[in-house]
Design a protein around this ligand. Sequence first.
Ligand code: SF4
Length: 210
Amino acid sequence: MDKREKILEIIRRLQKRYPNVKTALNFTSPLDLLIATILSAQTTDVNVNKVTEKLFRKYKTASDYANAAEGELESDIRSINYYKNKAKYIKNLAKELIDRFNGEVPKRIDELITLPGVGRKTANIVLWNAYGINEGIAVDTHVKRISKLLGLTENTDPEKIERDLMEITPREYWGEISHLLIMLGREICKAKNPQHSKCPLNDICPGSKL
Ligand code: SF4
């Protein structure tokens, strides 16, 4: 099986196990998802969802974030780690959205990654989950680890891993593959104790023998 055949087999098996996969972050608008994804750095989606339940009722537009009083946004997200930095990023990002994109979240990755606090991972998550656009593959810690174990990449740099995965994965699956691997990483292929015997990819994964 070459890598292109293998990734299709991986997708087929994981789709069966995780049908209708999507981000675990709660959101109703592209702006909500952009903010939630920024908040989710170095913390869990569960923690973020707890905070955003109230936050998204209070802040509905980029102007709401940009015009928040000094310290107010910090206080509204203070149960999240690095809340001071994250509040600063979000306020600056909101100002840029207003100045450059009419307050809307852009639909192009080259525009999204010019915003403060937004890298390719965040941009890819927002584009696929909020707009259904496949521009790239979000490489988080699970995708990075599992791609290597599955023998799909030798690289360790997320951008290089993304390029390797994009080369072998049909574009229509770019958004989905990332979330399928994240689900597998959370449930079975855990960093500390991967459960090879329970894994649907066991027979095609070189990592199962490590
Ligand atoms: S077989 Fe093991 S190493 Fe490979 S993906 Fe499954 S849990 Fe991870």
